[in-house]
Design a binder for this molecule. Structure first.
Ligand SMILES: Oc1cc(-c2ccc(F)cc2)cc2cncnc12
Ligand SMILES: [Mg+2]
Length: 214
């Protein structure tokens, strides 16, 4: 039987990147996606915006919803301050299997905890199972119909604090209209749109950055 796209992406990392060098892992995946096969990583253009938000927030505790192959996990993990942790949730076991190997190849396994399962089930367990008080940064990059319910769940579970930052991918393409309407109209958020392009294409997309006001 043939390989899957995530497996071919992993092979490209193992072939073209250097073990323990996160930047080389990022570059190898971007090269694979530009020249070989498109894949739904946040990509290099939106990735620069992600990097700038991670550096600005400098989170002690971050959450990623939607790991896929671990590209944005590595982008975030490489910029975390010493002792900081990133929890990343992935529903698809085949994606999780590849992502673990990409994260390990980058040498970030001490900073990153990948948890397999549906975000709606895992978020309510964050405090008791992983000792989380609140998240300083949440990167939303999973199924578009889960952005709004998971955001409300984070609020209800007391996992956001005054100043927590939500950064959402794909708010234009594929689009998350209910989430955008919510964070842009709610008095509990201050929201800003960063215009960009769908990874590895010229199609418009962007990131929405929302500050939770408490
Ligand atoms: O960044 C992304 C892009 C796309 C996507 C797929 C097909 C298409 F035509 C356009 C966009 C889907 C995603 C699902 N989860 C997380 N991120 C995604
Ligand atoms: Mg995305």
């Amino acid at each position: 039987t043939g390989s899957t796209r995530p497996q071919r992406l992993l092979k490209a990392v193992q072939k073209n990147a250097s073990r323990g060098d996160p930047q080389s892992v990022i570059s190898a995946i971007d090269r694979f996606c530009h020249s070989s096969e498109w894949a739904m990583n946040v990509g290099d253009e939106k990735g620069v915006i992600l990097d700038s938000v991670v550096c600005e927030v400098s989170p002690g505790c971050a959450l990623e919803l939607g790991t896929y192959c671990g590209y944005s996990t590595v982008r975030i993990g490489r910029l975390l301050p010493p002792g900081a942790k990133l929890i990343t949730l992935e529903f698809n076991p085949d994606y999780a299997k590849v992502a673990r190997q990409v994260i390990d190849f980058a040498g970030l396994q001490e900073k990153v905890l990948l948890v397999e399962g549906p975000s709606g089930d895992l978020i309510p367990k964050m405090k008791e199972q992983y000792g989380i008080t609140t998240f300083d940064l949440v990167f939303l990059d999973h199924w578009k119909d889960r952005y709004l319910p998971d955001t409300k769940l984070l609020e209800e579970c007391g996992l956001l604090r005054k100043g927590s930052i939500l950064l959402a991918d794909n708010v234009i393409c594929p689009g998350t209209p209910d989430y955008l309407a919510y964070v842009r109209s709610s008095p509990r958020y201050e929201s800003k749109y960063f215009k960009s392009h769908l990874e590895y294409t010229k199609v418009e997309d962007g990131l929405e950055k929302s500050i939770f006001l408490g």
